[in-house]
Design a protein around this ligand. Structure first.
Ligand code: ADP
Ligand code: MG
Length: 248
């Protein structure tokens, strides 16, 4: 373990990532403080998902450093399994285990990865189901739930691992419009409770109201960063203005 500076829980410095000749991240620097909510916006293909995947080491950076909760993920000697336990991730697809009940979806990794016993893992699972408003669905199978409910289960599952930071990659993009609000509501509540969150989203209203910091990415760089009132409200960069004029 190496210590982070200040109160940064995620610290990304000089991050580069290419796929073959395609340079996708061209030197990204991001710091996220404990309890901060950072929303990442930007056009399709700008590298937002790749950035999140580098924070979770689902992708290996070509250069630069990624520090999460005191673990330097880019250090070849880091205990990567242990480091990953600091990080919860929720994707666009719900990725629940279809053959397991909701409750078992929430307990399996707690038991297998964290070594919690059945009673403890079930207690924590039920707490988190309660938190996302789905306590009564513990015994349901994923395919009996709506997309919005499945995504809330996916959030509860990630929370059950008690991560230090939660990553969300367009968690509402695959949902029918009427189901988006419940998922955003759960995320808003998490933010209010002080969870550190990195959220890739096209939901500008959510970013405006919930983010402490908004990053606008384009072409593999952070073009503009700051509070939402600034980046969304009064962008100074031409590229940000063009993007916002398309999505707002
Ligand atoms: P965003 O999430 O902002 O839409 P991505 O990070 O998904 O952008 O993708 C950025 C660029 O990297 C795109 O051109 C995409 O095609 C490319 N890319 C992403 N993942 C891979 C991969 N595994 N192999 C090759 N190219 C990839
Ligand atoms: Mg993406």
């Amino acid at each position: 373990m190496s210590a982070g500076t200040d109160d940064a829980i995620v610290e990304i410095s000089g991050l580069h990532k290419a796929f073959g000749k395609l340079e996708v991240l061209k030197g990204i620097d991001v710091r996220v403080r404990r309890g901060e909510v950072v929303c990442i916006i930007g056009p399709s293909g700008s590298g937002k998902s790749t950035l999140l995947r580098c924070v979770n080491l689902l992708e290996e950076p070509n250069s630069g450093t990624v520090l999460v909760n005191g673990y330097e993920l880019t250090d070849p000697d880091v205990d990567i399994d242990r480091a990953r336990r600091s990080i919860g991730m929720v994707f666009q697809g719900f990725n629940l285990f279809g053959h397991l009940s909701v409750l078992d979806n929430l307990t399996v990794a707690q038991r297998k990865v964290l070594g919690r016993d059945a009673a403890e893992s079930e207690r924590i699972a039920r707490e988190n189901l309660e938190k996302v408003g789905l306590a009564e669905k513990a015994k349901s199978m994923p395919d009996q739930l709506s997309g919005g409910q499945q995504q809330r289960v996916a959030i509860a599952r990630a929370l059950s691992m008690q991560p230090a930071v939660m990553l969300f990659d367009e968690p509402t993009s695959a949902l029918d419009p009427e189901l988006v609000g419940d998922v955003l509501g759960v995320m808003r509540q998490l933010a209010d409770e002080g969870m550190t969150m990195l959220v890739v989203t096209h939901e500008m209203q959510f970013a405006r109201e919930v983010a402490d910091t908004v990053l606008f990415m384009d072409g593999g760089v952070v073009v503009e960063a700051g509070p939402p009132s600034k980046v969304i409200g009064e962008p100074s960069e031409e590229r940000t203005k063009t993007f916002l004029s398309r999505v707002l």
